[in-house]
Design a protein around this ligand. Structure first.
Ligand SMILES: NC(=O)c1ccc[n+]([C@@H]2O[C@H](COP(=O)([O-])OP(=O)(O)OC[C@H]3O[C@@H](n4cnc5c(N)ncnc54)[C@H](OP(=O)(O)O)[C@@H]3O)[C@@H](O)[C@H]2O)c1
Length: 291
C-alpha cells in the first residue's frame, strides 16, 4: 500500500518517514505539496499519488499562539481535517488522524476513555475536537482517530530539547508539577498509526507511552538521563512550581492521562513501553545524532 503522510516536517511525520514497513511505501507531503483548504485539490493530489491510505500528521500545534490566531488554528485543525476526510471518502481510502489529550477538561482524575465527554479548555483543543467531529460525521466507516499526549522526537521542537537547552544555560529551573499526563515518543506513535492503518482500525482510540508524570517529573528524568549519557555536563536544581506560578495564554488540563485499552484490544500485537524507557531510547538516539 502507498501511504501518504500529510505534514512533512513535523515530529510524527518524520518518525513515519523513518519506518520502513516491508509491504508499504510512505510518501510525506508538506504544505507546498498539497492544498489542504480545497477538497478538490486534495482529492486530485491523492489520486495522482495513487494513495492507498492517508495519515494526517499535520496540525496547528502552537497551543498558546492558537489563543490569538484562532482562524488559522481552526483552518488546519478542523477545516483541513474535514477536507481530508471528504477526499478520502471520495477515493475510498483509509484515513488515520491524530488528535490530542487537550480535547479533555482535565478534571476526571482517572484515565480518560475514548468516548468520555470532551470539554476543551483552549482554542487548540477546541479546534482539534472540531476536526474529530468532522471526521466522525463525514467518514466514520474507514477513519481512525488516535489521541495522544506530550509528544517528543529527536526531530523538531519539543519539551525534551527545550529542557536540555535550559539545563545547559540556566543556573536553576522551575517546572510545573500539578499537570499530570503521559510523555510519548513519536517513534512508538508512528508505529501505532501504521498498525492502525494496516489493520483497518476505525473509531477513536488512545495511544501514549505507559506510566504517568508531571512536567516536573519529566524534567527531572531528562536531566538524570542527559547527565548519564553525557548530553549534560552538570546537574542544576529543578524546583516544582504550580500552574498558577507559570501563567500561559492557553489553559491546559491538570490531568490528561489517556486509557489505551481500546487500541490494545483492536491491535493485540501493538507493544507499549514505559515513558522513562522511551525517553532513554530517544535521548540515546539524540546523542548518536550529535556525535
Ligand atoms: N506535540 C505534542 O505534544 C502533541 C500532543 C498531543 C497531540 N499531538 C498531535 O500529534 C500530531 C503530530 O504532532 P507533531 O508534534 O508531530 O506536530 P509538529 O511537529 O508541530 O508538526 C506539525 C506539522 O503540521 C504542519 N503544518 C503546520 N502548519 C501548517 C499549515 N498551515 N499547512 C499545512 N501544514 C502545516 C507542519 O508542516 P510544515 O512541514 O509545512 O511545517 C508540520 O509538519 C498533531 O495532530 C498534534 O495535534 C501533538
Amino acid at each position: 500500500m502507498k501511504i501518504i503522510v500529510i505534514g512533512k516536517s513535523g515530529q510524527l511525520a518524520w518518525e513515519l518517514s523513518q519506518l520502513i514497513p516491508p509491504e508499504h511505501e510512505i510518501v510525506c507531503l508538506g504544505r507546498n505539496d498539497i492544498a489542504l483548504q480545497s477538497v478538490t485539490a486534495i482529492t486530485e493530489c491523492l489520486q495522482q499519488q495513487k494513495a492507498g491510505g492517508v495519515i494526517n500528521a499535520s496540525a496547528y500545534t502552537a497551543v498558546d499562539k492558537a489563543e490569538s490566531d484562532v482562524d488559522n488554528a481552526y483552518a488546519l485543525n478542523a477545516n483541513a481535517v474535514g477536507n481530508l476526510a471528504q477526499a478520502c471518502k471520495t477515493l475510498a481510502v483509509a484515513f488515520v488522524h491524530i488528535s490530542t489529550d487537550f480535547v479533555f477538561h482535565g478534571d476526571k482524575g482517572v484515565p480518560y476513555l475514548p468516548d468520555d465527554e470532551i470539554n476543551p479548555l483552549g482554542v487548540y483543543g477546541a479546534s482539534k475536537a472540531q476536526g474529530e467531529q468532522l471526521i466522525t460525521k463525514l467518514y466514520p466507516e474507514r477513519s481512525c482517530i488516535i489521541r495522544t499526549s506530550w509528544v517528543y522526537s529527536t526531530h523538531g521542537n519539543n519539551f525534551v530539547k527545550t529542557m536540555l537547552h535550559l539545563m545547559r544555560t540556566k543556573p536553576e529551573l522551575g517546572v510545573i508539577s500539578d499537570q499530570i499526563g503521559s510523555p510519548t515518543y513519536a517513534k512508538g506513535l508512528a508505529k501505532a498509526c501504521m498498525a492502525s492503518l494496516a489493520n483497518a482500525v476505525t473509531g477513536i482510540h488512545h495511544y501514549t507511552d505507559t506510566g504517568v508524570a508531571s512536567w516536573f517529573d519529566f524534567a527531572v528524568a531528562i536531566q538524570r538521563i542527559g547527565f548519564e549519557l553525557g548530553l549534560l555536563d552538570k546537574i542544576i536544581p529543578i524546583k516544582p512550581i504550580t500552574t498558577e506560578q507559570y501563567p500561559t495564554p492557553a489553559k491546559r488540563p491538570n490531568y490528561s492521562v489517556l486509557d489505551k485499552s481500546s487500541l490494545t484490544n483492536a491491535l493485540p500485537e501493538l507493544t507499549f513501553s514505559h515513558w522513562q524507557a522511551e525517553l532513554h531510547t530517544m535521548m540515546t538516539a539524540l546523542k548518536a545524532e550529535k556525535s
